[in-house]
Write a protein that binds this ligand. Structure first.
Ligand SMILES: [Zn+2]
Length: 425
Protein backbone atom coordinates (compact mmCIF):
# COMPACT_ATOMS: atom_id res chain seq x y z
CA UNK A 1 0.00 0.00 0.00
CA UNK A 2 2.77 2.36 0.96
CA UNK A 3 4.48 1.64 -2.34
CA UNK A 4 1.32 2.54 -4.28
CA UNK A 5 0.94 5.83 -2.43
CA UNK A 6 4.60 6.61 -3.08
CA UNK A 7 4.17 5.85 -6.77
CA UNK A 8 1.10 8.07 -7.02
CA UNK A 9 3.05 10.79 -5.28
CA UNK A 10 6.00 10.46 -7.65
CA UNK A 11 3.70 10.58 -10.66
CA UNK A 12 1.94 13.65 -9.34
CA UNK A 13 5.29 15.27 -8.72
CA UNK A 14 6.50 14.41 -12.21
CA UNK A 15 3.40 15.98 -13.71
CA UNK A 16 3.82 19.21 -11.77
CA UNK A 17 7.53 19.27 -12.50
CA UNK A 18 6.88 18.83 -16.19
CA UNK A 19 4.72 21.91 -16.10
CA UNK A 20 7.36 24.06 -14.44
CA UNK A 21 9.33 26.08 -16.89
CA UNK A 22 12.13 28.59 -16.83
CA UNK A 23 12.62 31.00 -19.74
CA UNK A 24 16.03 32.62 -19.54
CA UNK A 25 17.47 35.85 -20.91
CA UNK A 26 14.32 36.86 -22.76
CA UNK A 27 13.01 40.27 -23.83
CA UNK A 28 9.50 40.81 -22.46
CA UNK A 29 6.75 42.83 -24.11
CA UNK A 30 4.37 42.92 -21.14
CA UNK A 31 1.44 44.75 -22.85
CA UNK A 32 0.46 46.60 -19.72
CA UNK A 33 0.09 50.35 -19.68
CA UNK A 34 2.43 52.17 -22.04
CA UNK A 35 4.63 50.57 -24.69
CA UNK A 36 7.72 49.09 -23.11
CA UNK A 37 10.12 46.24 -23.51
CA UNK A 38 11.99 44.73 -20.58
CA UNK A 39 15.24 43.22 -21.75
CA UNK A 40 17.15 40.15 -20.51
CA UNK A 41 14.70 38.68 -18.02
CA UNK A 42 14.12 35.28 -16.49
CA UNK A 43 10.52 34.12 -16.30
CA UNK A 44 9.50 31.21 -14.09
CA UNK A 45 6.23 29.44 -14.84
CA UNK A 46 4.64 27.18 -12.27
CA UNK A 47 1.30 25.38 -12.43
CA UNK A 48 0.31 27.25 -15.57
CA UNK A 49 0.96 30.69 -14.13
CA UNK A 50 3.83 33.16 -14.13
CA UNK A 51 5.47 32.74 -10.74
CA UNK A 52 8.22 35.31 -11.08
CA UNK A 53 10.01 37.68 -13.44
CA UNK A 54 13.51 38.84 -12.57
CA UNK A 55 16.64 40.16 -14.28
CA UNK A 56 18.54 37.31 -15.94
CA UNK A 57 21.59 35.83 -14.20
CA UNK A 58 23.79 33.13 -15.78
CA UNK A 59 23.09 30.73 -12.89
CA UNK A 60 19.43 30.62 -13.98
CA UNK A 61 20.50 28.40 -16.88
CA UNK A 62 21.74 25.85 -14.34
CA UNK A 63 18.37 25.42 -12.59
CA UNK A 64 17.78 21.68 -13.01
CA UNK A 65 14.36 21.55 -11.39
CA UNK A 66 12.53 22.98 -14.41
CA UNK A 67 12.23 22.59 -18.16
CA UNK A 68 14.32 25.22 -19.96
CA UNK A 69 13.62 27.60 -22.78
CA UNK A 70 16.47 29.78 -23.95
CA UNK A 71 15.01 33.21 -24.69
CA UNK A 72 18.27 34.81 -25.82
CA UNK A 73 17.51 37.36 -28.53
CA UNK A 74 13.83 36.43 -28.48
CA UNK A 75 10.64 38.25 -27.50
CA UNK A 76 7.97 37.05 -25.10
CA UNK A 77 4.46 38.44 -25.30
CA UNK A 78 0.95 37.31 -24.32
CA UNK A 79 -0.81 34.84 -26.63
CA UNK A 80 -3.26 36.30 -29.15
CA UNK A 81 -7.05 36.18 -28.91
CA UNK A 82 -9.21 35.79 -32.00
CA UNK A 83 -12.42 37.48 -30.91
CA UNK A 84 -14.77 36.46 -33.71
CA UNK A 85 -14.48 32.82 -34.70
CA UNK A 86 -16.89 30.30 -36.13
CA UNK A 87 -15.91 26.67 -35.85
CA UNK A 88 -15.27 25.05 -39.22
CA UNK A 89 -17.61 22.82 -41.09
CA UNK A 90 -16.07 19.52 -40.00
CA UNK A 91 -16.24 18.13 -43.53
CA UNK A 92 -13.62 20.75 -44.46
CA UNK A 93 -11.48 20.77 -41.36
CA UNK A 94 -11.63 18.84 -38.11
CA UNK A 95 -11.99 20.79 -34.89
CA UNK A 96 -8.70 19.32 -33.77
CA UNK A 97 -6.99 20.72 -36.87
CA UNK A 98 -8.71 24.08 -36.37
CA UNK A 99 -7.41 24.30 -32.79
CA UNK A 100 -3.89 23.28 -33.87
CA UNK A 101 -3.78 25.95 -36.58
CA UNK A 102 -4.80 28.56 -34.04
CA UNK A 103 -2.20 27.45 -31.51
CA UNK A 104 0.56 27.24 -34.14
CA UNK A 105 -0.22 30.85 -35.09
CA UNK A 106 0.00 31.96 -31.46
CA UNK A 107 -3.73 32.20 -30.74
CA UNK A 108 -4.35 31.02 -27.19
CA UNK A 109 -7.92 32.32 -26.76
CA UNK A 110 -10.98 32.08 -29.00
CA UNK A 111 -14.33 33.82 -28.73
CA UNK A 112 -16.81 31.67 -30.61
CA UNK A 113 -19.65 33.59 -32.22
CA UNK A 114 -21.87 30.62 -33.03
CA UNK A 115 -22.41 28.20 -30.21
CA UNK A 116 -24.10 24.84 -30.17
CA UNK A 117 -25.05 22.97 -26.99
CA UNK A 118 -22.21 20.44 -27.56
CA UNK A 119 -19.71 23.31 -27.27
CA UNK A 120 -20.47 23.58 -23.54
CA UNK A 121 -18.99 20.10 -23.05
CA UNK A 122 -16.17 20.94 -25.44
CA UNK A 123 -15.24 24.06 -23.46
CA UNK A 124 -15.29 22.09 -20.22
CA UNK A 125 -12.97 19.45 -21.71
CA UNK A 126 -10.59 22.20 -22.80
CA UNK A 127 -10.66 23.75 -19.33
CA UNK A 128 -9.89 20.35 -17.83
CA UNK A 129 -6.99 20.02 -20.33
CA UNK A 130 -8.47 16.87 -21.88
CA UNK A 131 -8.29 18.50 -25.31
CA UNK A 132 -5.41 20.52 -26.72
CA UNK A 133 -7.03 23.80 -27.71
CA UNK A 134 -6.94 27.53 -27.05
CA UNK A 135 -9.03 28.77 -24.13
CA UNK A 136 -12.58 29.05 -25.34
CA UNK A 137 -15.40 31.52 -24.69
CA UNK A 138 -18.70 30.55 -26.24
CA UNK A 139 -21.92 32.30 -27.20
CA UNK A 140 -25.45 31.13 -27.71
CA UNK A 141 -27.49 32.84 -30.42
CA UNK A 142 -30.62 34.71 -29.44
CA UNK A 143 -33.78 33.10 -30.86
CA UNK A 144 -35.54 35.39 -33.29
CA UNK A 145 -38.74 33.73 -34.50
CA UNK A 146 -41.64 36.12 -34.86
CA UNK A 147 -43.85 34.51 -32.21
CA UNK A 148 -41.38 34.93 -29.39
CA UNK A 149 -42.45 36.99 -26.36
CA UNK A 150 -40.55 38.93 -23.72
CA UNK A 151 -41.35 36.16 -21.22
CA UNK A 152 -39.73 33.59 -23.55
CA UNK A 153 -36.66 35.76 -23.91
CA UNK A 154 -36.36 36.23 -20.18
CA UNK A 155 -36.54 32.47 -19.74
CA UNK A 156 -33.96 32.00 -22.49
CA UNK A 157 -31.47 34.44 -20.94
CA UNK A 158 -31.84 32.94 -17.45
CA UNK A 159 -31.49 29.42 -18.85
CA UNK A 160 -28.39 30.41 -20.85
CA UNK A 161 -26.83 31.90 -17.76
CA UNK A 162 -27.56 28.73 -15.81
CA UNK A 163 -26.12 26.51 -18.55
CA UNK A 164 -22.87 28.45 -18.42
CA UNK A 165 -22.69 30.25 -21.77
CA UNK A 166 -20.16 33.09 -21.70
CA UNK A 167 -22.33 35.55 -23.63
CA UNK A 168 -25.34 35.85 -25.91
CA UNK A 169 -25.01 36.67 -29.60
CA UNK A 170 -27.53 38.81 -31.41
CA UNK A 171 -27.72 37.99 -35.12
CA UNK A 172 -30.98 39.45 -36.43
CA UNK A 173 -34.72 39.56 -35.93
CA UNK A 174 -36.93 40.62 -32.96
CA UNK A 175 -38.84 43.90 -32.71
CA UNK A 176 -36.86 46.89 -31.40
CA UNK A 177 -38.81 46.70 -28.13
CA UNK A 178 -37.98 43.02 -27.66
CA UNK A 179 -34.34 43.70 -28.54
CA UNK A 180 -34.06 46.40 -25.85
CA UNK A 181 -35.91 44.21 -23.34
CA UNK A 182 -33.49 41.33 -23.99
CA UNK A 183 -30.51 43.65 -23.66
CA UNK A 184 -31.85 44.80 -20.29
CA UNK A 185 -32.54 41.26 -19.04
CA UNK A 186 -29.06 40.17 -20.15
CA UNK A 187 -27.49 43.05 -18.27
CA UNK A 188 -29.46 42.26 -15.14
CA UNK A 189 -28.44 38.60 -15.39
CA UNK A 190 -24.78 39.54 -15.82
CA UNK A 191 -24.60 37.87 -19.23
CA UNK A 192 -23.11 39.99 -22.02
CA UNK A 193 -25.05 40.60 -25.23
CA UNK A 194 -22.73 40.93 -28.21
CA UNK A 195 -23.03 40.62 -31.96
CA UNK A 196 -24.53 42.31 -34.97
CA UNK A 197 -25.90 45.83 -34.87
CA UNK A 198 -29.70 45.86 -34.98
CA UNK A 199 -30.76 47.11 -38.40
CA UNK A 200 -27.21 48.53 -38.83
CA UNK A 201 -28.35 51.33 -36.51
CA UNK A 202 -25.42 52.00 -34.19
CA UNK A 203 -27.57 54.16 -31.91
CA UNK A 204 -29.57 51.04 -31.03
CA UNK A 205 -26.44 49.12 -30.03
CA UNK A 206 -25.39 52.13 -27.96
CA UNK A 207 -28.75 52.52 -26.25
CA UNK A 208 -28.79 48.78 -25.52
CA UNK A 209 -25.27 48.92 -23.99
CA UNK A 210 -24.30 46.05 -26.28
CA UNK A 211 -21.03 44.50 -25.09
CA UNK A 212 -19.48 44.46 -28.56
CA UNK A 213 -20.49 45.46 -32.05
CA UNK A 214 -19.36 43.12 -34.81
CA UNK A 215 -18.33 44.13 -38.35
CA UNK A 216 -17.57 47.66 -39.51
CA UNK A 217 -20.59 48.84 -41.49
CA UNK A 218 -22.78 50.32 -38.74
CA UNK A 219 -19.95 52.51 -37.52
CA UNK A 220 -19.16 53.79 -40.99
CA UNK A 221 -22.87 54.39 -41.60
CA UNK A 222 -23.14 56.42 -38.39
CA UNK A 223 -20.13 58.52 -39.43
CA UNK A 224 -21.49 59.14 -42.92
CA UNK A 225 -24.85 60.20 -41.46
CA UNK A 226 -23.21 63.01 -39.50
CA UNK A 227 -19.43 63.15 -39.49
CA UNK A 228 -19.22 66.05 -37.02
CA UNK A 229 -21.11 63.95 -34.51
CA UNK A 230 -18.44 61.18 -34.52
CA UNK A 231 -16.58 62.41 -31.38
CA UNK A 232 -19.86 62.04 -29.45
CA UNK A 233 -20.28 58.54 -30.86
CA UNK A 234 -16.79 57.60 -29.69
CA UNK A 235 -17.50 59.04 -26.25
CA UNK A 236 -20.68 57.01 -25.93
CA UNK A 237 -18.90 53.80 -26.97
CA UNK A 238 -16.27 54.46 -24.30
CA UNK A 239 -18.69 55.56 -21.59
CA UNK A 240 -20.80 52.44 -22.08
CA UNK A 241 -17.80 50.14 -22.42
CA UNK A 242 -18.85 48.96 -25.89
CA UNK A 243 -16.14 47.09 -27.82
CA UNK A 244 -15.74 47.25 -31.60
CA UNK A 245 -14.74 44.17 -33.62
CA UNK A 246 -14.75 45.21 -37.31
CA UNK A 247 -13.53 41.90 -38.90
CA UNK A 248 -12.05 43.69 -41.93
CA UNK A 249 -10.25 40.79 -43.67
CA UNK A 250 -13.60 39.21 -44.45
CA UNK A 251 -14.69 42.33 -46.35
CA UNK A 252 -11.36 42.72 -48.13
CA UNK A 253 -11.77 39.16 -49.42
CA UNK A 254 -15.45 39.21 -50.39
CA UNK A 255 -15.26 42.82 -51.59
CA UNK A 256 -12.83 41.57 -54.27
CA UNK A 257 -9.96 43.69 -53.00
CA UNK A 258 -7.42 40.95 -53.69
CA UNK A 259 -6.29 39.22 -56.85
CA UNK A 260 -6.20 35.42 -57.08
CA UNK A 261 -2.45 35.33 -56.39
CA UNK A 262 -2.80 37.48 -53.28
CA UNK A 263 -5.52 35.21 -51.95
CA UNK A 264 -3.39 32.12 -52.48
CA UNK A 265 -0.44 33.78 -50.76
CA UNK A 266 -2.29 34.70 -47.56
CA UNK A 267 -0.62 33.72 -44.32
CA UNK A 268 -0.87 30.01 -43.54
CA UNK A 269 -2.33 29.00 -46.94
CA UNK A 270 0.49 26.49 -47.42
CA UNK A 271 -0.89 24.47 -44.52
CA UNK A 272 -4.36 24.16 -46.09
CA UNK A 273 -5.04 20.91 -47.92
CA UNK A 274 -5.24 21.01 -51.72
CA UNK A 275 -8.90 19.89 -51.49
CA UNK A 276 -9.87 22.75 -49.20
CA UNK A 277 -7.90 25.27 -51.27
CA UNK A 278 -9.81 24.17 -54.38
CA UNK A 279 -13.09 24.37 -52.50
CA UNK A 280 -12.32 27.93 -51.37
CA UNK A 281 -11.43 28.90 -54.94
CA UNK A 282 -14.64 27.36 -56.23
CA UNK A 283 -16.79 29.08 -53.57
CA UNK A 284 -15.16 32.37 -54.46
CA UNK A 285 -15.67 31.87 -58.20
CA UNK A 286 -19.28 30.75 -57.73
CA UNK A 287 -20.04 33.80 -55.62
CA UNK A 288 -18.69 36.13 -58.24
CA UNK A 289 -19.96 34.30 -61.30
CA UNK A 290 -22.86 36.76 -61.32
CA UNK A 291 -20.39 39.36 -62.62
CA UNK A 292 -19.10 37.12 -65.38
CA UNK A 293 -20.99 38.63 -68.27
CA UNK A 294 -19.69 41.51 -70.40
CA UNK A 295 -22.47 43.82 -69.24
CA UNK A 296 -21.86 42.98 -65.58
CA UNK A 297 -18.17 43.78 -65.74
CA UNK A 298 -18.80 47.47 -65.23
CA UNK A 299 -20.94 46.74 -62.19
CA UNK A 300 -18.16 44.59 -60.83
CA UNK A 301 -15.62 47.40 -61.15
CA UNK A 302 -18.02 49.79 -59.43
CA UNK A 303 -18.52 47.36 -56.54
CA UNK A 304 -14.77 46.95 -56.11
CA UNK A 305 -14.31 50.73 -55.96
CA UNK A 306 -17.23 51.23 -53.59
CA UNK A 307 -15.89 48.63 -51.13
CA UNK A 308 -12.39 50.04 -51.48
CA UNK A 309 -13.66 53.49 -50.55
CA UNK A 310 -15.67 52.13 -47.59
CA UNK A 311 -12.69 50.22 -46.22
CA UNK A 312 -10.46 53.25 -46.71
CA UNK A 313 -12.95 55.52 -44.91
CA UNK A 314 -13.40 53.00 -42.11
CA UNK A 315 -9.61 52.77 -41.76
CA UNK A 316 -9.57 56.47 -40.85
CA UNK A 317 -12.26 55.87 -38.24
CA UNK A 318 -10.36 52.87 -36.86
CA UNK A 319 -7.34 55.08 -36.32
CA UNK A 320 -9.46 57.78 -34.69
CA UNK A 321 -11.13 55.25 -32.41
CA UNK A 322 -7.75 53.80 -31.45
CA UNK A 323 -6.33 57.27 -30.73
CA UNK A 324 -9.38 58.08 -28.62
CA UNK A 325 -9.17 54.84 -26.63
CA UNK A 326 -12.36 53.29 -27.92
CA UNK A 327 -11.92 49.63 -27.07
CA UNK A 328 -11.16 47.72 -30.24
CA UNK A 329 -10.98 43.98 -30.78
CA UNK A 330 -9.32 42.04 -33.60
CA UNK A 331 -10.44 39.15 -35.78
CA UNK A 332 -10.35 38.33 -39.51
CA UNK A 333 -13.69 36.39 -39.16
CA UNK A 334 -14.29 33.02 -40.77
CA UNK A 335 -13.90 33.03 -44.54
CA UNK A 336 -12.36 31.24 -47.46
CA UNK A 337 -8.68 32.29 -47.56
CA UNK A 338 -8.70 33.20 -43.86
CA UNK A 339 -6.58 30.39 -42.41
CA UNK A 340 -7.62 29.85 -38.77
CA UNK A 341 -5.14 31.60 -36.48
CA UNK A 342 -2.81 32.59 -39.30
CA UNK A 343 -5.26 35.17 -40.66
CA UNK A 344 -4.81 37.16 -37.44
CA UNK A 345 -1.54 38.45 -38.94
CA UNK A 346 -3.46 39.53 -42.05
CA UNK A 347 -5.98 41.46 -39.95
CA UNK A 348 -3.10 43.06 -38.05
CA UNK A 349 -1.66 44.25 -41.37
CA UNK A 350 -4.98 45.92 -42.17
CA UNK A 351 -4.90 47.73 -38.80
CA UNK A 352 -1.34 48.76 -39.49
CA UNK A 353 -2.27 50.11 -42.91
CA UNK A 354 -4.95 52.18 -41.17
CA UNK A 355 -2.14 53.83 -39.19
CA UNK A 356 -2.38 52.11 -35.81
CA UNK A 357 0.96 51.63 -34.05
CA UNK A 358 2.31 48.11 -33.72
CA UNK A 359 1.94 48.36 -29.97
CA UNK A 360 -1.71 49.44 -30.25
CA UNK A 361 -2.39 46.44 -32.51
CA UNK A 362 -0.72 43.95 -30.16
CA UNK A 363 -2.62 45.39 -27.21
CA UNK A 364 -5.94 45.09 -29.06
CA UNK A 365 -5.19 41.42 -29.85
CA UNK A 366 -4.27 40.52 -26.26
CA UNK A 367 -5.12 42.88 -23.39
CA UNK A 368 -8.34 44.27 -24.89
CA UNK A 369 -9.67 40.75 -25.45
CA UNK A 370 -9.07 39.88 -21.80
CA UNK A 371 -10.65 43.12 -20.64
CA UNK A 372 -13.74 42.40 -22.78
CA UNK A 373 -14.33 39.40 -20.48
CA UNK A 374 -13.26 41.39 -17.39
CA UNK A 375 -10.29 39.03 -17.11
CA UNK A 376 -7.47 41.54 -17.57
CA UNK A 377 -6.09 40.60 -14.16
CA UNK A 378 -5.83 36.96 -15.25
CA UNK A 379 -4.55 36.95 -18.84
CA UNK A 380 -3.81 39.14 -21.86
CA UNK A 381 -0.61 40.62 -20.45
CA UNK A 382 2.61 39.45 -18.80
CA UNK A 383 2.94 39.83 -15.05
CA UNK A 384 3.26 37.89 -11.84
CA UNK A 385 0.38 35.42 -11.27
CA UNK A 386 -0.99 35.93 -14.79
CA UNK A 387 -1.87 32.86 -16.80
CA UNK A 388 1.07 31.50 -18.81
CA UNK A 389 -0.58 31.81 -22.23
CA UNK A 390 2.42 33.23 -24.03
CA UNK A 391 4.23 33.35 -27.35
CA UNK A 392 7.96 33.45 -27.87
CA UNK A 393 8.92 35.24 -31.08
CA UNK A 394 12.25 35.17 -32.92
CA UNK A 395 11.84 38.82 -33.95
CA UNK A 396 10.45 41.95 -32.33
CA UNK A 397 6.79 42.62 -33.32
CA UNK A 398 7.06 46.22 -32.07
CA UNK A 399 9.56 46.90 -34.87
CA UNK A 400 7.48 45.23 -37.57
CA UNK A 401 4.02 43.77 -37.07
CA UNK A 402 4.89 41.04 -39.62
CA UNK A 403 7.22 39.65 -36.96
CA UNK A 404 4.13 38.21 -35.27
CA UNK A 405 4.68 35.39 -37.79
CA UNK A 406 8.09 34.48 -36.31
CA UNK A 407 6.64 32.19 -33.65
CA UNK A 408 9.29 30.04 -32.03
CA UNK A 409 7.26 28.56 -29.18
CA UNK A 410 3.71 28.78 -27.89
CA UNK A 411 3.09 28.35 -24.17
CA UNK A 412 -0.45 27.31 -23.32
CA UNK A 413 -1.19 27.29 -19.60
CA UNK A 414 2.51 26.55 -19.06
CA UNK A 415 2.60 23.77 -21.66
CA UNK A 416 5.32 24.16 -24.30
CA UNK A 417 4.14 23.78 -27.90
CA UNK A 418 6.21 24.00 -31.08
CA UNK A 419 4.43 25.24 -34.23
CA UNK A 420 6.25 22.71 -36.45
CA UNK A 421 4.94 19.81 -34.41
CA UNK A 422 1.42 21.21 -34.26
CA UNK A 423 1.40 21.57 -38.04
CA UNK A 424 2.73 18.08 -38.68
CA UNK A 425 -0.15 15.85 -39.65
ZN1 LIG B 1 -18.87 36.10 -38.05
Amino acid sequence: MKKVILLVFCLAEMLTKAQNLIITNVNIIPIEGKETIIKNQTVIIKDGKIESISPFKPEHTRDNTKAHLDGTGKYLMPGLADMHVHFPNEKDMSLQQFFKFNLAAGVTTLRSMRGEPRHLTLRDSITKKLILAPDLYISISLPSDSTITDKDLEKFVKQSKKEGWDFIKYISGLSPTLFYTTALISKESGLKLAGHVYNQDLQMAIKADQASVEHYQAILKEYRKDSLHFPDVMNELKRRDIYVCPTLSFYYIWGMQFGADELKARNGMKYISIELQSKWEKDYDDYYSKYNTPTKNEEREKTILRVKQSLYDFGKLLKRMSNNNVKLLLSPDESAFNVPGFAMAEEMKVYQKAGLSNYAILKIATYNAASFFNKENEWGSIGKNKKANLILLDKNPLEDIENIKTINTVILGGKVLKPDELLKN
